[in-house]
Design a binder for this molecule. Structure first.
Ligand SMILES: C[S@@+](CC[C@H](N)C(=O)[O-])C[C@H]1O[C@@H](n2cnc3c(N)ncnc32)[C@H](O)[C@@H]1O
Length: 347
């Protein structure tokens, strides 16, 4: 939410415009999850007690720019406060526990410093004030761990449908190796592992997302280690080994640079889920030349999806599914399964 209004009368929602000079409060917006609705009043009251001035976009004055709230289906919250500078940081450090007292499900709280006057919401510096760094989000086969600064799909139920679709295709194709490029906190990577893909590598440029993905691997490992070992049915005194799905591994890197510089054998399957700008000519042309048998492309922007597909003409679309990731809008997530037509590729 954009923070606007005044110190004593905070508005949380959309930025001011000519028709709504103090901003539009979204407290009653029916799109928010119940846990986010419940957070509006305590956050507004705490900000008013904090007494820092909301950032005024036309004058570039004021301190408090945004409040970014994420919730999981259990109602756990991550709240991030975006400030223009560190002027109010001391007060935030000393009073955010009041907010926590009113929002017992508040697990992660951080301050992001964005000194630039820009439409880019977040700055580079993130100061985590809570002892917890992640909230668990539902994934396929495991929880995914969301940290401040990491991307998560806007619609959690729709993201589950996406990851489940990739797992279904993986079970049909039975690849041994796969890459999840633009992996975020690893939603596709863990879905592929849960479908039995032995070696999955996730690649993502944002460090906190990879930290979350690695945290999920650690959590999975400790969950497996604590699975009670059943007595062996061989009757020879040897314990059964607890069954464990393969675990992906994760790398912080630019997806294109990492892929085109690989010297190892290309994998059997690549999943790509880039931002709206798509893969671009370098990565899509490299994939076209790579000989990788199967691709899954999940896109939130059909125009760049089509541009990229035009550069990968040796792949045939085998299936496509639309997922209503952004209900009540004209936007849609489209996930496409493609396989290499080897005869055409070698011509
Ligand atoms: C649409 S999100 C998909 C994330 C993930 N697949 C998921 O389902 O949550 C795109 C991701 O690409 C990451 N990203 C952006 N530019 C990148 C780059 N050049 N190389 C690798 N990852 C990048 C973003 O940080 C973001 O996590």
């Amino acid at each position: 939410m954009v923070v606007s209004g005044s110190k004593k009368s905070i508005v949380l929602g959309l930025a001011p415009n000519e028709k709504h000079p103090t901003g539009i409060d979204l407290q009653s917006c029916p799109l928010y999850a119940p846990a986010i609705h419940a957070a509006f009043t305590p956050i507004r009251a705490w900000l008013q007690r904090l007494g820092a001035r909301p950032y005024n976009i036309p004058t570039a004055k004021g301190e408090v720019k945004y409040v970014l709230v994420s919730a999981n289906p259990a109602g756990d919250l991550m709240v991030r406060l975006v400030l223009r500078s560190k002027a109010a940081l001391h007060r935030v450090e000393h009073t955010w526990s009041e907010l926590q007292a009113e929002l017992p499900n508040l697990r992660v709280f951080s301050v992001n410093i964005q000194p630039e006057h820009t439409t880019v919401i977040e700055g580079r510096e993130e100061i985590i004030l809570s002892s917890e760094r992640y909230i668990p989000m539902p994934g396929i086969g495991t929880d995914l761990w969301l940290a401040p600064g990491a991307f998560f799909q806007t619609n959690t139920a729709a993201s589950q449908a996406l990851y489940a679709q990739a797992a279904t295709w993986a079970r049909e194709l039975q690849p041994e190796t796969a890459w999840d490029l633009y992996c975020g906190v690893g939603g596709f990577a863990f879905a592929l592992s849960s479908a039995g893909v032995a070696q999955v590598t996730g690649v993502e440029v944002v460090g906190p997302a990879i930290d979350g993905a690695k945290h999920a691997v650690t959590e999975l490992a400790s969950a497996t280690a604590t699975v009670p070992v059943e007595p062996s049915n061989k009757n020879d005194g040897t314990p059964n080994t607890p069954s464990a799905a393969p675990r992906p591994h994760f790398i912080t890197a630019d997806a294109t640079k990492w892929a085109v510089n690989q010297t190892l054998m290309p994998p059997d399957l690549v999943v790509v889920n880039p931002p709206r700008r798509g893969l671009g000519p370098d990565l899509s042309s490299w994939l076209e030349r790579s000989g990788i048998p199967h691709l899954i492309y999940s896109s939130c922007f059909p125009e760049t999806l089509v541009e990229d597909l035009r550069r990968m003409r040796s792949y045939q679309i085998r299936a496509a599914k639309l997922v209503d990731m952004f209900p009540h809008t004209s936007h849609v997530e489209c996930v496409v399964l493609m396989s290499k037509i080897f005869s055409r590729a070698t011509n």
